[in-house]
Design a protein around this ligand. Structure first.
Ligand SMILES: NC(=O)c1ccc[n+]([C@@H]2O[C@H](COP(=O)([O-])OP(=O)(O)OC[C@H]3O[C@@H](n4cnc5c(N)ncnc54)[C@H](O)[C@@H]3O)[C@@H](O)[C@H]2O)c1
Length: 370
């Protein structure tokens, strides 16, 4: 049986991890990469030992690809995803799907019209314990949900000398912290509850209105227009209420996505920095930890705990789980039905949630996600 031919565009921080995860999936093969940075292109070509291009259109013309992974900065997602779909190639894109909701809707329609698989890498939903929470909610095991709360906090932009392409609206889009990490949190909560975020009230903040941008041996002041974080309260479609703190300037917090779902019988708390465990809280016994392993999970999701009991599953395992789900849907041909990973339609909805947060923060009022 022939292996699916996979091409990868953008081999920076996340692109390299895509390549690693692709290597963990049977039945597929990374055959080519595209990278616009010449030095990196040379290094990655030697590392991955695949064909290498500086232009994704050349790669698509030459490589007879089945699937394209898009790991470029946000501004390139729309044009590359669109070009791949137009050329009959399944797409697994990094988030956000595009820069504007209109672009997201267009890509969703195009993927449907072409009958192609379309995934967006909201990877946190593919953790074993997130899936465990989802099943518990679906079975109403914990009773009615009373409150959802949590945060997604990082510190990599805490100094005014920290800089990255995400700060430039032309490369990252109008939203930064919310589009970059708040989006992951909302996708995780929607996955756990099976309910959409319906309405938001957001207060976004810019901790450093002016940052130092270094280009060559020059340092210039850069006026920041995107949020360093936000304080958000929200309502799900079933009326469940919740709150979220997003920050990229919180010292010591590296990549802490934490969500607590507090229900009538018990609460469930999950922190992605200790992703192999779920904390269950009861009034009688306080907090207790459950460790991810196939034998404690519901049989419908035991595949997400890919290591034997006592061998902690982590970030890279959940990341690869998402790829497995995506490729399984291609092998089975059922990607046109409901899928377990985020498809373009879901990713467009998440963009709408982020857009509603930006609007709410601007006008100081609740905004419905439309
Ligand atoms: N799902 C996740 O957990 C996660 C984590 C990090 C980043 N991301 C997403 O991945 C994307 C990339 O982020 P990153 O942190 O890897 O950025 P990065 O800057 O480390 O890497 C981007 C790479 O793309 C290359 N590139 C830029 N334009 C290109 C083009 N037109 N063709 C080919 N290559 C091009 C750059 O040279 C760079 O090597 C972003 O959209 C980000 O939101 C997702």
């Amino acid at each position: 049986m022939r292996k699916l031919r996979v091409g990868l565009v953008g081999t920076g921080m996340i692109g390299k991890l895509h390549a690693d995860a692709i290597g963990r999936i049977p039945g597929i093969e990374l055959v080519a990469i595209t990278e616009s940075n010449k030095d990196l292109l040379e290094a990655q070509k030697n590392y991955f030992r695949v064909n290498a291009y500086s232009d994704y259109k050349e790669m698509i013309a030459a490589e007879n690809l089945d699937v394209l992974h898009n790991c470029t900065p946000n501004v390139f997602h729309y044009e590359i995803n669109k070009y791949a779909l137009e050329n009959g190639i399944h797409v697994y894109s990094e988030k956000p799907l595009a820069i504007t909701v209109e672009q997201g809707e267009e890509l969703t329609q195009l993927a449907k019209a072409k009958g192609l698989a379309n995934g967006v890498n909201f990877n946190y939903r593919n953790n074993a314990m997130v899936q465990d929470m989802r099943v518990r909610m679906q079975k109403k095991d914990a009773g009615r949900c009373l409150l959802i709360h949590g945060h997604y906090v990082q510190d990599w932009l805490m100094y005014d000398t920290d800089f990255n392409w995400r700060l430039e609206t032309k490369d990252g889009g109008e939203s930064r912290a919310l589009a970059d990490i708040g989006s992951h949190w909302f996708d995780t909560v929607q996955t756990i509850t099976g309910k959409k975020v319906e309405s938001v009230y957001a207060h976004n903040f810019i901790a450093h209105p002016i940052r130092k941008k270094v280009s060559g041996d020059k340092t210039e002041d850069f006026k920041v227009e995107t949020e360093d974080g936000g304080l958000i309260i929200f309502r799900l479609e079933d009326g469940t209420q919740g709150s979220l703190v997003v920050s990229q300037v919180s010292a010591g917090y590296k990549n802490q996505l934490l969500v607590s779902v507090d229900c009538e019988k018990y609460s469930m708390r999950w922190n992605q920095e200790q992703s192999d465990r779920l904390v269950i809280g009861t009034r009688e016994n306080g907090l207790a930890e459950i460790f991810a392993s196939a034998d404690v999970l519901d049989p419908s999701v035991s595949r997400y705990a890919t290591l034997p009991s006592g061998h902690p599953v982590g970030w890279a395992d959940a990341f690869a789980n998402g790829f497995k789900e995506f490729y399984r849907s291609i092998f089975n041909g059922d990607y046109k039905n409901e899928v377990t990973y985020s498809n373009f339609e879901n990713a467009t909805y998440i963009m709408k949630v982020v857009e509603a947060c930006l609007k709410s923060s601007k006008i100081g009022a609740w905004v419905d996600v439309e």
